[in-house]
Design a protein around this ligand. Structure first.
Ligand code: ADP
Length: 500
C-alpha cells in the first residue's frame, strides 16, 4: 500500500479522497491555489502546498508544479479526482515517467477514451450498439454531404468534448454551417481540438451509465447503473441508483456491454460507460469516462462498496476480491448537486460568503461537502457546494428523505439550487420516475421559480443574512464584563447542584 498520496484537486472530491486515505492509514498531500488558502481540503490534509494563482490554468492544471510537489513531498501516488487533470493522458504519462502512480487508467487507455470517435469505433469492435452516427472526425464538406444520411435532427459533437461543451443540435440543413462553426470553436477553446463528428439526435432519451472496476490483472466488474437524466445544459443535476426503468435482465446486458468496452481498451481502475436509453429500453453507447464520477456515492450506497478505497487498492496492485455474482444491490440512493447559483436568474453562479451553513443529517443522509460556515465560495471554480445523498429501502423512502433533508439544509449569504431541488423532489412526474434528458428544461418552463412561496423564503433568508452581518460587524462583548458570570463559576455552580 502507498504511504503518501497527493490529491491533485480541490473541494468536496479532495476531501472525499482525504477521508478514504485516512481510513486506510495513508498520509495525504493537498495542493491549492492562492484563492483556496482557507479551503477545507488544505486544513484536512497532512501537508499542503500552494501551486499558483487562482485561475485553474495557473494552479490546478499546472501538471509540472503538481509533479514537483509530489517529488518534494515524496508522495508515491497521485489521485486526480474529477475534472482538472483527471482525464489528461499527458499528465498520466508524466506521472508514469516520474515513477509516481497515477490513480486511474493508463495514459494509453485514457487517450482512447478521450476521443468520442475512437471509443465509438471500439464499441463497434466489441459489439456494443452506439447512437447512429459517423465514427470519424469530419470536414465541413463531409458533414454537409452526409448529414441527410443520418436524418435530422442531428447532433454535431466535438470529438474531444466533455461537460456538455462543443455540442449543437441541428434540425435542418440550413442550420448546419453555423452549428459546425460553433461546435469547432468550442472544441478548440475548451479542449484544444476542433475535430467534430455527427450523431443522430435522439428524442427524449434517458442517460443511464454503468460503473465498472477493473484490477491490474484485468478482472473487471460492473457495479450497476446510475440514472442521470436530470440535466441542465447537458450537465447532471440529480442522479440515482437504481434507474426507475431498470430490470435485472437489462442491467446484466448493459453491465456486460460496459465490461466488454473496458476489456477492449485494457481499462484499469474505476470507470464509467455512458449510454442513452430510448423509450423501448434500447441502449446506445455514448462514451467512457476514465475517472471517478461526481455521482459515485449513489453506487457506494447501493452496493456498499467504497469506490475511492477500491481505486487506491487497485492502483497499489491489489486484486479485486469480489466476483461479479457477489455484487449485490440494496435499496435506492439519490444525489442532488447543491450549487451556489440563483435558480430564479437562469441558474447564474452566485459565489460569495457562506454566512450560515448548516447541512442536514438524519437516517440515510450523506453530505459530501467542500465548504464550511464562513467560507467564501471563490468565483474561479465550479460553484458546487456539496452533494447531498439520501438512501432509503426503496425509491419512495429515498425521495422522502431527500425532500426532508433539502428542507433542513440551511444556507445564508448566497443563493443556492436548494429551492429548485425541493420542487423537483415534489414533482409528480419525477416521483413516478417518468424522466428523460429534457425533463429539467420542461420543468423550468412549467414552474415559475419566482412563485410567492419562494419570495417568502427568500425574504426570511435575507433577514437572517442581514442579522448575521450586523452581528459580525458589532465588536465582540468583553470577556468578563462587570456583572457577567464567568463560565468557570457557572460550571462550579452546576457541579454543586449535581452533588446535592
Ligand atoms: P459530454 O462528454 O460533453 O458530457 P456526452 O456525449 O456524454 O457529452 O453527452 C452529454 C449529454 O448530452 C447526454 O447525457 C445527453 O443528455 C445529451 N446527448 C448526447 N448525445 C446525444 C444524442 N445523440 N441524442 C440526444 N442527446 C444526446
Amino acid at each position: 500500500m502507498f504511504s503518501k498520496i497527493l490529491i491533485a484537486n480541490r473541494g468536496e472530491i479532495a476531501l472525499r479522497v482525504i477521508r478514504a486515505c485516512r481510513e486506510m492509514g495513508v498520509r495525504t498531500v493537498a495542493i491549492y491555489s492562492e484563492a483556496d488558502r482557507s479551503a477545507l481540503h488544505v486544513r484536512k490534509a497532512d501537508e499542503a502546498y500552494c501551486v499558483g494563482p487562482a485561475p485553474s490554468a495557473q494552479s490546478y492544471l499546472r501538471a509540472d508544479r503538481i509533479l514537483e510537489v509530489a517529488r518534494q513531498s515524496r508522495a508515491d501516488a497521485i489521485h486526480p479526482g474529477y475534472g482538472f487533470l483527471s482525464e489528461n493522458p499527458a499528465f498520466a504519462e508524466a506521472c508514469e515517467k516520474a515513477g509516481i502512480v497515477f490513480i486511474g487508467p493508463s495514459s494509453e487507455t485514457m487517450k482512447l477514451c478521450g476521443s468520442k470517435t475512437a471509443s465509438r469505433r471500439l464499441a463497434k469492435q466489441v459489439g456494443v450498439p452506439t447512437v447512429p452516427g459517423i465514427d470519424q472526425d469530419l470536414t465541413d464538406e463531409e458533414i454537409l454531404r452526409r448529414a441527410p444520411e443520418i436524418g435530422f435532427p442531428i447532433l454535431i459533437k466535438a470529438a474531444a468534448g466533455g461537460g456538455g461543451k462543443g455540442m449543437r443540435v441541428v434540425r435542418e440543413s440550413a442550420e448546419l454551417a453555423s452549428a459546425i462553426r460553433a461546435s469547432r470553436s468550442e472544441g478548440q477553446s475548451s479542449f484544444g481540438d476542433p475535430a467534430v463528428f455527427i450523431e443522430k439526435y435522439l428524442i427524449r432519451p434517458r442517460h443511464i451509465e454503468m460503473q465498472i472496476l477493473a484490477d491490474a490483472t484485468g478482472h473487471t466488474l460492473y457495479l450497476g447503473e446510475r440514472e442521470c437524466s436530470l440535466q441542465r445544459r447537458h450537465q447532471k443535476v440529480v442522479e440515482e441508483a437504481p434507474s426507475p426503468v431498470m430490470t435485472a435482465e437489462l442491467r446484466q446486458r448493459m453491465g456486460e456491454a460496459a465490461v466488454a468496452l473496458a476489456r477492449g481498451c485494457r481499462y484499469r481502475n474505476a470507470g464509467t460507460a455512458e449510454f442513452l436509453v430510448d423509450a423501448d429500453r434500447n441502449f446506445y453507447f455514448l462514451e467512457i469516462n476514465a475517472r471517478l464520477q461526481v455521482e459515485h456515492p449513489v453506487t457506494e450506497l447501493t452496493t456498499g462498496i467504497d469506490l475511492v478505497k477500491s481505486q487506491i487498492r487497485i492502483a497499489a496492485g491489489e486484486p479485486l476480491a469480489l466476483r461479479q455474482e457477489e455484487v449485490e444491490w440494496r435499496g435506492h440512493a439519490i444525489e442532488c448537486r447543491i450549487y451556489a447559483e440563483d435558480p430564479a436568474n437562469n441558474f447564474a453562479p452566485f459565489p460569495g460568503k457562506l454566512i450560515l451553513y448548516r447541512p442536514p443529517s438524519g437516517p440515510g443522509i450523506r453530505n459530501d461537502s467542500g465548504v464550511y460556515e464562513g467560507f467564501e465560495v471563490p468565483i474561479y471554480y465550479d460553484p458546487m457546494l456539496s452533494k447531498l445523498i439520501a438512501w432509503g429501502r426503496d425509491r419512495h423512502e429515498a425521495i422522502g428523505r431527500m425532500r426532508q433533508a433539502l428542507q433542513d439544509y440551511l444556507v445564508a449569504g448566497i443563493k443556492t439550487s436548494i429551492p429548485f431541488l425541493v420542487e423537483v423532489m415534489a414533482d409528480p412526474a419525477f416521483i413516478k420516475g417518468d424522466v428523460d434528458t429534457t425533463f429539467i428544461e420542461a420543468f423550468v418552463k412549467r414552474k415559475k421559480m419566482d412563485e410567492p412561496r419562494h419570495r417568502e423564503v427568500g425574504l426570511v433568508a435575507a433577514a437572517i443574512h442581514a442579522y448575521l452581518m450586523e452581528k459580525e460587524r458589532r465588536p465582540p462583548a468583553p470577556a468578563a464584563a462587570a456583572g457577567a458570570v464567568s463560565p468557570w463559576a457557572l460550571a462550579a455552580r452546576h457541579n454543586a447542584l449535581r452533588r446535592r
